[in-house]
Design a protein around this ligand. Structure first.
Ligand SMILES: [Zn+2]
Length: 261
């Protein structure tokens, strides 16, 4: 299973706390089915050490695959070689920047972030060519998968139809996936996917809980990750602080009738 994550927040382009925690928990879940997850992300220092530290924080030993950033032909060939070697049966994108219709990647505030991120276009083409199903998990409208609801993002999301960069194409991602999960934060969407798998197969390692959330988030922040909305090194994801995240997780795991088995 190829799991792609990594979103670097301007102005300093530091990895944010949304994405890697979801990737770690979902990998833990998939490993308990003897599936082999590969977590793929930008080949830059903070992102690499953060993802290593987050996965270790929950006792997970998983294959980590850094991919080159930017849209050069050299990067594209490296990405294609890597994915071809792994030959995944499914790909899951968690809080991964997706290009707009002009191939430009944007922050939520409409800034061009293309050269700081992995170019997913060759990956998506590869998955399509090889009939590999894809799932996108996002929360803003600029992520891989949101192409499924591109028109709504253009209409309702700030900067959706008009960005602050010279492309003028808006932040709305045109990158489509076969399945799309929209959630409050992408981490929570990934935990929900784990919960659905848990409900199907009753595997404990698919479940998030409050202490796992705290352990992973501390590992992320200690490794230098920042809140993608606040831009601060705080125990928060997208402006939502740990105590509140724990409330959501309690609801997700225990109280939601949708997830009751
Ligand atoms: Zn633009």
């Amino acid at each position: 299973v190829a799991i792609l994550t990594g979103f670097r927040t301007p102005p300093r382009y530091v990895q944010e706390t949304d994405g890697p925690l979801g990737a770690a928990l979902l990998s833990r879940c998939l490993s308990s089915f003897n599936l082999k997850p590969y977590i793929m992300f930008e080949d830059v220092l903070i992102t690499k050490s953060a993802i290593k530290s987050i996965t270790h924080s929950i006792g997970l030993d998983v294959e980590l695959i850094p991919l080159p950033v930017g849209t050069s032909l050299r990067s594209e060939l490296k990405i294609l070689r890597t994915i071809n070697d792994i030959n995944p049966s499914i790909a899951i994108f968690i809080e991964k920047p997706g290009p707009n219709r002009f191939g430009i990647y944007h922050s939520m505030k409409g800034i061009d972030i293309t050269k700081y991120h992995v170019n997913v276009i060759p990956l998506l083409e590869y998955f399509k060519r090889n009939n590999i199903p894809t799932i996108g998990i996002g929360d803003g409208g600029n992520e891989v998968g949101m192409g499924v609801v591109e028109e709504s993002v253009r209409k309702y999301v700030p900067y959706g139809n008009m960005c602050n960069c010279p492309c003028r194409g808006g932040i709305a991602s045109s990158a489509k996936t076969d399945g799309l999960i929209i959630s409050l934060t992408s981490n929570l969407g990934a935990y929900e996917l784990g919960k659905m798998i848990y409900d199907s197969y009753k595997m404990g390692k698919c479940l998030i809980n409050e202490s796992l959330e705290e352990v992973m988030l501390r590992a992320a922040v200690n490794s230098g990750c920042i809140d993608g909305v606040l831009g601060t090194r705080s125990l928060s994801v997208d402006g939502i602080f740990l105590d509140r995240l724990k409330d959501f997780i309690r609801y997700l795991v225990v109280k939601s009738p949708v997830f009751r088995s």
